[in-house]
Design a protein around this ligand. Structure first.
Ligand code: SF4
Length: 492
């Protein structure tokens, strides 16, 4: 059977859709992926969607991967397909998992949870000429009603084939105007020398703003680790197939939660068989130790990002994130000890929490002042994603009235230009001298000052970014800088 898979995300390296297409190809189906990279909230030109419908006109099924921010993009694509073709459209991914009924306002089928076995069963039903209405792990729109099928258990990672990275029947949006088949040259440009993978699925935490908050309620249980051998096999194959890859990103939420002994085995084999610098993007302070950092650096780690989110005990309670500031500081010290062996460590922070008082934000500022320098910050504006506990609280408090306006189209990388946020931004530029900090956080100043002109705020944000850029260049990694600029979600 012929299947068209659509990824609307700006990042070409998206893991889920590559896993799905590999799985279906291994089972004899023809799966072509269309990487329609686009920042969310920016509609596609009609010419692109015309071309898409031309390319998928022979498909027996079309699947679209949807995260909540890409809801509008997925809706636009689906509307166009439905206006031109008579093909069932399936939505999968996080959004259809948590909002299946809303997804069915556009799609015919919403997949809940992992899509590999579910999509396979849908395709088999279509092959047999049966309506795919009773497939486990789906909600299906049938006439005017919605059929709710039972959930499907998670797939053991060892049952999933190693990603094949076969792009020979895939396409990519090109310069925002056209869709081209992927050849070696295009692939090199899309990957910008970086290959991304996951070594585990899930997270042992359930932070109240994070999708794992919902997924862990749906499927309680431990993190599912891939076998080290499978991860290495994927990377060795990717490296030989795409020799232009110069860097690996481990993008899972639990990479560093493996114990030290296992990390040692991974590090030794990675060094021997892959031997490329790598970035660990999702580090929880709880799992950081000096020994783990040293093991990973010896294996080739050159960059790390750790989640802090807040220094306020009240906010951490609200976020269901019980990590003391002392632990955050000791983990930051363990990383800082090896600062010369990697680019600037980045700490994730969540700002713009309407449940926070100025006092809570000052506690975060105090934590930042106690972290060892140098470091940089990744700032996000708190977004209440459906399915999470924070979404329910925000709904009840009236912060979310309209999902599309207040959640899906919210620019979560753009933080509010208020005075306390500006102080936080200063830490992304460099160490703030204690005397200056005392002055800036004096009660009078905090009470009086609120809005900051957006140009001034933007200037300091830019300074933080420039400092980071300079560090990438000094440490010999200009390609990461280029990718960060290219994938800037605020860029139209
Ligand atoms: S630790 Fe990170 S990935 Fe895990 S639930 Fe919290 S925010 Fe999500």
């Amino acid at each position: 059977m012929k299947l068209g898979l659509i990824s609307p995300y700006p990042d070409f390296r998206t893991y889920g859709i590559r896993s799905l297409s590999t799985y279906l190809r291994k089972r004899g189906h023809q799966a072509s992926t269309f990487y329609l990279m686009r920042p969310y909230s920016v509609p596609y030109p009609d010419s692109v969607l015309e071309r898409l419908t031309e390319l998928i006109k022979d498909c027996d099924l079309v699947g679209i991967s949807v995260m909540s921010n890409y809801y509008m993009n997925a809706a636009q694509i689906t509307k166009k397909i439905k206006s031109k073709l008579n093909v069932p459209v399936v939505w999968g991914g996080v959004h259809s998992t948590v909002m299946p009924r809303e997804s069915l306002e556009h799609a015919d089928i919403a997949v809940i949870g992992e899509g590999e076995e579910t999509t396979l069963e849908i395709l088999e039903k279509i092959r047999r000429g049966e309506p795919p209405v009773d497939v486990a792990g789906t909600f299906v729109r049938r006439g005017g009603r919605v059929i709710e099928n039972p959930p499907r258990p998670l797939i053991p990672p060892g049952d999933l084939p190693v990603i094949d990275n076969d792009y020979s029947s895939d396409y990519v949006i090109w310069k925002g105007r056209d869709i081209l088949p992927i050849d070696g040259n295009i692939l090199r440009k899309c990957l910008t020398r970086d290959y991304m993978t996951l070594t585990s699925f899930g997270c042992p935490f359930s932070c109240a703003y994070c999708i794992n908050n919902r997924l862990n309620r749906m499927h309680p249980g431990p993190v599912r680790f891939r076998k080290i051998e499978d991860v290495l096999e994927e990377l060795v194959r990717a490296k030989s197939r795409m020799p232009f890859i110069k860097q690996i990103t481990f993008d899972d939420d639990a990479f560093i939660s493996r114990d030290g002994a296992e990390l040692k085995i991974f590090a030794r084999e990675y060094r021997r068989r892959v031997n490329l610098p790598f970035f660990v993007s999702g580090v929880n302070p709880v799992y950081v130790s000096e020994e783990k950092i040293r093991i990973l650096l010896d294996a080739g780690m050159n960059r790390i990002k750790m989640g802090i989110q807040s220094g306020s005990n009240k906010s951490k309670l609200l976020y269901n994130r019980h990590i003391s500031n002392e632990k955050i500081i000791s983990s930051a010290r363990a990383i800082n000890k090896y600062r010369r062996r990697m680019t600037l460590v980045a700490y994730d922070l969540i700002l713009d929490n309407p449940f926070e008082s100025k006092k809570d934000i000052l506690e975060t500022i105090d934590l930042l002042s106690r972290l060892p320098s140098p470091y940089t910050l990744n700032l996000s504006s708190l977004t209440f994603f459906p399915g999470t506990r924070m979404y329910e609280l925000a709904r009840a408090a009236g912060y979310v009235k309209d999902n599309v306006r207040d959640v899906y189209l919210k620019l979560y990388h753009g933080v509010d230009n208020n005075y306390l946020n500006l102080i936080i931004v200063l830490f992304s530029i460099g160490k703030v001298p204690p005397r200056l900090l005392k002055l800036l956080t004096a009660e009078k100043m905090v009470k009086r000052l609120n809005r900051v002109p957006s140009r001034i705020f933007g200037f300091f944000l830019l300074m933080g970014f420039a400092r980071r850029g300079i560090d990438f260049i000094i440490k010999g990694d200009p390609h990461t800088l280029w990718r960060l600029i290219r994938y800037n979600p605020l860029k139209p």
